[in-house]
Design a protein around this ligand. Structure first.
Ligand code: MN
Length: 287
């Protein structure tokens, strides 16, 4: 029996988060059949938590938060000022997550979201591990779990695979830090989808799923092996959230869209996209 919560990323609806955009995104997520909306809070300092919390309550839908760090806030940097700014931003994002009534903060929390010109250094990785441990302690006080979303090689140089992520989490050594598996990234980097799922579950660190297609467009129209992935989730009795992510130049976020290299339209009708994805998940995963 599968009872997972099914979420949708806010960028399927809106590029900003004005009260009007927030209302439209939250109401549309509910209308399309989702239990949760994932908010993109790359600038958590300027994100209206009160307005968001009220709208989520009003529409009876859950929220959680995702972000990626920038060059200036990269905790995997060797520059102590940069690391300090990153910790501050993550701490702000933890409080934002709590204040919207959320319990999960995920994404590229461990490095810049973007292409690096060289591998991460030993000192840089250690800075990231120490910083995530510090943020995790702050998050525990706020009732928030951290999800480390490993990404493909063009979007981070710190964590590209499940195996690397589990090793990193072991070094962080905090109970509220989990691996966040995104099939779009896995499709580029993993040897085996089932192997990755089983490894994360065996480590007790399987915290979150992003469902996205190989071209970032409509679910089920690309090359991600969803039958294998969904079967593996059932095998390990995954009980966490599955959030649908898709990006098109139809909906543009000022920084995130270019960080993710969204250069073309993969769809134009958000509601059709969202309803089709929800139906795809129900038919192929079972909830
Ligand atoms: Mn993702």
């Amino acid at each position: 029996m599968t009872t997972n919560l099914i979420g949708i990323h806010a960028l399927c609806w809106v590029g900003g988060w004005s009260p009007e955009e927030a209302r439209r995104a939250i109401a549309s997520s509910k209308e399309a059949g989702y239990d949760l909306i994932q908010l993109a809070a790359l600038d958590p300092e300027n994100f209206d938590a009160d307005m968001t919390a009220k709208l989520l309550q009003e529409h009876d839908i859950l929220g959680d938060v995702s972000l990626g760090l920038s060059e200036e806030t990269d905790i995997s940097s060797e520059d102590p000022d940069c690391v300090a700014r990153g910790r501050e931003l993550l701490d702000t994002a933890v409080r934002l997550t709590r204040d919207i009534g959320g319990a999960y903060l995920g994404g590229v929390l461990f490095s810049k979201l973007g292409k690096y010109a060289a591998p991460v250094t030993e000192r840089g990785r250690a800075n990231s591990v120490e910083s995530i441990a510090w943020v995790a302690d702050r998050a525990a006080e706020a009732g928030v779990t951290l999800g480390l979303e490993f990404c493909n090689r063009y979007e981070t140089n710190v964590l590209n695979t499940t195996e690397q992520t589990l090793a990193f989490i072991e070094d962080v050594d905090r109970p509220n830090v989990m691996a966040h598996l995104d099939v779009y990234h896995m499709n580029i980097e993993e040897v085996s989808f089932a192997g990755a799922v089983h490894a994360a579950a065996a480590a007790g660190r399987f915290g979150y799923v992003h469902l996205g297609e190989s071209h970032r467009g409509a679910l089920g129209t690309g090359s991600v092996p969803f039958p294998e992935f969904f079967a593996a989730l059932h095998d390990v009795d995954y009980q966490g959230v599955l959030t649908f992510e898709s990006f098109s130049s139809e909906v543009v976020h000022p920084t995130l869209s270019s960080n993710l290299a969204i250069w073309r339209n993969t769809w134009t009708d958000s509601m059709q996209l969202a309803k089709d994805a929800r139906a795809f998940i129900r038919e192929n995963y079972g909830c």
